[in-house]
Design a protein around this ligand. Structure first.
Ligand SMILES: Nc1ncnc2c1ncn2[C@@H]1O[C@H](COP(=O)(O)OP(=O)(O)OP(=O)(O)O)[C@@H](O)[C@H]1O
Ligand SMILES: [Mg+2]
Length: 375
């Protein structure tokens, strides 16, 4: 009869294609029980949105079958890894990952990407929040068709909820006050900080932050106030958008914030009849930006009238037509982004463990008597 050791050593051969580590070392195999030849365990994946989830599950099933076990009770779950250095007194202790969506140039589709990315991740079962950090021109409520004004509960602002995503935006407060967004830099930074500290975000796997265009106060405040898992850079294929995307990447590199990747929006126009793609703004620009900085290219979103009308009428394409080609483009990007976040989180965990091991060794050096040869 098969033993626990045999099962574990065979599962050690199953390697996560993105993390390049075996699933046993990554702690993905939980609650292994063997009872009269029946093997039961839980496979805990690193994100419900991982592009390789079904591949890993199939590998596990094949591996177990190969050691002669035909009675397998396999549960597949996902627990998103923390991709931020969260200390006990940290702001947002319940938020595992923060992804800020940035661009150098305005109007390239940051908000469209943020909204559809948040909705797609939530659809996979992840707990998702969306913070609209565009204080002067908040457009998230409009894109989600949200009209409610947030309530206050126990001195915390309760976020609105749309498609399972918790949302906060200055737009909710403008609706109330009918004021235009005319604020000076320090006030903008203050509001962004308040959205982090005074909103009841609760437990989140991913908090997406839709940044205003450029490299001004809001991105700087964020990068300096809280540990961000990574920045997602949105660009369009035009030379001018790419040049400013390059500047934005440069700024975040200087601030030591990891780059999740580059996404190219409005990449091509696809003919609805023959599916031919026309790259009206040029081809391969986002890819070139990612190669130049050695950061991943996370995908392309087509230019499509339904993406535009969906955003402008408050019915994002990923909610209104989830199976469409356009929505699938967002699904692919969301999976790649979630995979990238798992990689960043795993690297961070490995660094922490290596540092902790180093500390233990140092402490040992200091406390253990040194083996000095007697003269
Ligand atoms: N892939 C797309 N296809 C068609 N229209 C799009 C696409 N992406 C965005 N748009 C449209 O382009 C306009 C600008 O998009 P969006 O507001 O998301 O950009 P932004 O980068 O957030 O702008 P800002 O810099 O002003 O915050 C919107 O009208 C939106 O509907
Ligand atoms: Mg925007």
């Amino acid at each position: 009869m098969v033993t626990v050791d045999q099962v574990l050593s065979s599962l050690k051969k199953v390697v996560d294609p993105e993390l390049h580590k075996d699933i046993v070392s990554m702690g993905m195999v939980k609650d292994l029980v063997i009872n009269s030849g029946k093997v039961a365990f839980t496979l805990q994946l690193t994100t419900p949105a991982c592009p390789f989830n079904s591949e890993i599950e199939q590998d596990v099933r094949n591996t177990i079958a190969n050691i002669g076990v035909h009675d397998l009770d396999l549960k597949v779950t996902a627990r998103v890894m923390e991709g931020r250095a969260i200390s006990l007194d940290e702001i947002l202790p319940g938020v595992k990952n923060i992804i800020a969506v940035a661009s150098g140039k305005g109007g390239v589709g940051k908000t469209t990407v943020s909204v559809n990315l948040a909705l797609t991740l939530a659809r996979t079962g992840a707990k998702v929040g969306l913070l609209d950090a565009d204080i002067y021109g908040p457009s998230v409520p409009l894109m989600l068709g949200l009209k409610q004004t947030p309530t206050i509960n126990n001195n915390k602002i309760e976020p609105a909820v749309s498609g399972g995503v918790k949302v906060i935006s200055m737009g909710f407060f403008y609706e109330q006050s009918q004021q235009a967004g005319i604020y000076r830099g320090p006030i903008v930074s203050g509001i962004v900080k308040q959205f982090l500290t005074d909103v009841n975000w609760g437990e989140l796997d991913y908090l997406i932050i839709d940044l205003p265009p450029g490299t001004g106060d809001a991105p700087l405040t964020l990068a300096q106030t809280i540990p961000i898992t990574g920045i997602l850079i949105v660009t369009t294929p035009q030379e001018v958008a790419m040049n400013v995307a390059v500047k934005a990447i440069g700024m975040f590199h200087k601030l030591n914030v990891p780059i999740v990747g580059v996404i190219e929006n409005m990449s091509y126009l696809q003919c609805p009849h023959c599916s031919e793609r026309t790259h009206i703004f040029g081809k391969g620009g986002g890819q070139r930006v990612s190669e130049k900085f050695n950061v991943p290219f996370v995908g392309e979103i087509p230019l499509h009238i339904q993406i535009m009308t969906g955003s402008d009428t408050g019915e994002p394409i990923t909610l209104s037509e989830p199976g469409s080609v356009q929505a699938n483009a967002f699904t692919n990007v969301a999976k790649t982004v979630a995979g990238r976040i798992s990689v960043i989180a795993a690297e961070m965990k490995a660094t922490d463990e290596a540092e902790a091991a180093g500390r233990t060794l140092n402490e040992k050096d200091q406390t253990e008597p040194q083996n000095v040869p007697q003269s």
